[in-house]
Design a protein around this ligand. Structure first.
Ligand code: DX5
Ligand code: ZN
Length: 217
């Protein structure tokens, strides 16, 4: 079982001071930063693009875990790789060449992840399990931070972890949406090893204690 990783989501940071929000994460010794990219089509919200990621890259050595919530993610792989993404995760729901896009991400030197929405069954991503470094299970409908964790996603997490064990695969299993210490612990007990936290991290009274508790899950 992989050691737990906390990936604070910059979506909950200060959008007028994104570099300082990233620095808060780095100064706590956290390794990952989750970057939510939204196109206003796949999700009903807009966030930031490759230019912002490239600007952040100059200020940060964090592992950039880039979550593309885009209708046409295949068109944006190279810009995000060039901007300094370390990992790029793409949703299964839109129709495009998923396997080729995952291969493209790898060919540009990044790790590759596949993401599924709450309404998408685990079976949709099953053919890609041996082609990815990470599976991201959305535990809210993506688009906005601060929503409640969807407990009905727990069986899906357990199913993906079971496939991982059966097939002796090593991808990371990440959850995103409504994650705090309590919901993270529930997910951890079912095999999750990577935890995106936006609101709960940035609003925590003691972020250092929050990160330490996450590291002990
Ligand atoms: C949701 C994004 C999340 C978001 C999570 O569309 O993919 O990464 O920042 O926010 P919280 O942790 O507040 O639910
Ligand atoms: Zn995300």
């Amino acid at each position: 079982m992989h050691a737990p990783i906390l990936a604070p989501s910059l979506l909950a940071g200060d959008h007028a001071n994104l570099a300082s929000s990233a620095a808060i994460v780095e100064q706590l010794g956290i390794a990952w930063l989750h970057l939510d990219i939204m196109d206003g089509h796949f999700v009903p919200n807009l966030s930031f693009g490759p230019q912002t990621v490239a600007a952040l890259r100059k200020h940060s050595k964090l592992f950039f875990d880039v979550h593309l919530m885009l209708d046409e993610p295949h068109r944006y792989i190279e810009p995000f790789a060039k901007a300094g993404a370390n990992q790029i995760s793409i949703h299964i729901e839109p129709s495009y060449a998923h396997a080729e896009t995952l291969a493209r991400i790898h060919s540009l030197g990044c790790k590759a992840g596949i993401v599924l929405n709450p309404g998408t069954p685990a079976s949709a991503i099953e053919p890609f399990l041996d082609k990815v470094d990470l599976v991201l299970v959305m535990t809210v409908q993506p688009g906005f931070g601060g929503q409640s964790f969807r407990r009905d996603m727990l069986p899906k997490i357990a199913q993906i972890d079971a496939w991982r064990k059966e097939r002796n695969l090593a991808f990371r299993l990440e959850v995103d949406g409504g994650i705090d210490l309590a919901t993270a612990a529930e997910c951890r007990s079912l095999g999750t090893d990577t935890f995106v936290a936006g609101t709960s991290f940035f609003a925590a009274k003691d972020r250092r204690a929050f990160a330490a508790a996450m590291a002990k899950l």
